[in-house]
Ligand binder design. Structure first.
Ligand code: 13P
Ligand code: ZN
Ligand code: NA
Length: 273
C-alpha cells in the first residue's frame, strides 16, 4: 500500500502511524526490530544531516534493505527538507515521501515552494508533507504565537494540494523544560477544516496520553527523533563507563535493544488509542 493510502486508512481508524528518524545501522535496526515485534508499519525518516552523514544512496539502500530484512511494511521519508534541490535529490534516490519545510517563510512563499514540490513529486508518485505554523527547532524558543490557524490550514492545503501537513499545536523539537500542553481544541478545528493528513512533530517528551488525545482528534503521523538518539547514546555511555570491551559488535547491541524497547512502547501507544 502506498503511504498516502495507509495514512488515510489510519486516519479513518483513528490510529497513529509512527515516523522515526534513523542515523546509522544500529538505530535503524533498533526501530525495525520494534516494528517487527509489534507488527506495525513504520515511516523511516532521514534529515539532511543524516543524509550528509551516511550518504544519500547508502541511507536509502540501508533503509530499504532493513525493511526487507525485518519483514516490516514501511516508507522512506525526507524529514524537514530545506530546499527544492534536496527534495529533487531525494526523489531521484527513490524516497517514498518528502517534506518541504517552508514554515519559516511568509505564508505566500511557503505556499509557492510547497506547490513546486507537489508538482515535482507527482511524476514520482511520491507523498508530500509541508509545515504550517511554527514548531520550534532544536534550541529555538517556542511560544504560542506560531500556532497553526484552521482557516490558514484550509487555504494552504487547497492552494498547494499537499498530502500531509505538520501543524503547530504546542509541541517543540527535542525535550521540554516544562511538560507540554497540546491545544487539542485547536487541533480539532484544524482537523475539521482540512482533509490533509495531520502530522505531529516534536513528539519526544510529550506524555503518551497527550499523544493519544491528539490521535483521537485528528493527528495521524507521529514524528519521533530525540528520544531515540538519547536512549542510544545514554545506554552506550553507561556501558562504556564500566566496560573495557572494544568490539563494537558486542557493545552496540545493548543500545540497539534499548531503542527496540522504547519504540515498541511508542508503537503500542499509537496503536491502542
Ligand atoms: P523530537 O525530536 O522532539 O522527537 O521531534 C522529532 C521530529 O519532529 C522530526 O521531524
Ligand atoms: Zn520535526
Ligand atoms: Na519534542
Amino acid at each position: 500500500m502506498n503511504l498516502k493510502e495507509k495514512l488515510q486508512e489510519f486516519t479513518t481508524q483513528k490510529r497513529g502511524l509512527l515516523a522515526t528518524n534513523f542515523y546509522n545501522l544500529e538505530t535503524l535496526h533498533g526501530v525495525l526490530q520494534a516494528a517487527a515485534n509489534v507488527g506495525e508499519p513504520i515511516i523511516l525518516q532521514l534529515t539532511q544531516s543524516s543524509i550528509d552523514y551516511m550518504g544519500l544512496d547508502t541511507a536509502v539502500k540501508l533503509g530499504r534493505a532493513g525493511l526487507k530484512q525485518f519483514g516490516v511494511e514501511g516508507w522512506i521519508h525526507l524529514d524537514h527538507g530545506g530546499s527544492v534541490a534536496l527534495v529533487q535529490r531525494c526523489l531521484d534516490a527513490g524516497f517514498d515521501s518528502v517534506m518541504i519545510d517552508g514554515s519559516e517563510l511568509p505564508f505566500e512563499e511557503n505556499i509557492k515552494i510547497t506547490r513546486e514540490v507537489v508538482e515535482k513529486a507527482k511524476s514520482y508518485g511520491a507523498h508530500v508533507e509541508a509545515e504550517l505554523g511554527f514548531v520550534a527547532k532544536l534550541g529555538q524558543e517556542h511560544g504560542q504565537q506560531g500556532f497553526t490557524q484552521p482557516g490558514e490550514a484550509k487555504e494552504f492545503v487547497e492552494a498547494t494540494g499537499v498530502d500531509a501537513l505538520a501543524i503547530a499545536i504546542g509541541t517543540a523539537h527535542g525535550f521540554y523544560k516544562e511538560e507540554p500542553n497540546l491545544d487539542i481544541e485547536l487541533l480539532s478545528k484544524i482537523s475539521k477544516s482540512t482533509a490533509a493528513t495531520l502530522v505531529l512533530h516534536g513528539s519526544s517528551g510529550v506524555p503518551h496520553q497527550q499523544v493519544q488525545e491528539a490521535i483521537s482528534n485528528g493527528i495521524c503521523k507521529i514524528n519521533l527523533a530525540t528520544e531515540i538518539k538519547n536512549i542510544f547514546m545514554n545506554t552506550l555511555k553507561e556501558r562504556l563507563a564500566t566496560n573495557e570491551e572494544i568490539d563494537l559488535r558486542k557493545l552496540f547491541p545493548i543500545a540497539t535493544q534499548a531503542i527496540t524497547q522504547l519504540v515498541s512502547e511508542k508503537l503500542e501507544m499509537v496503536k491502542n488509542v
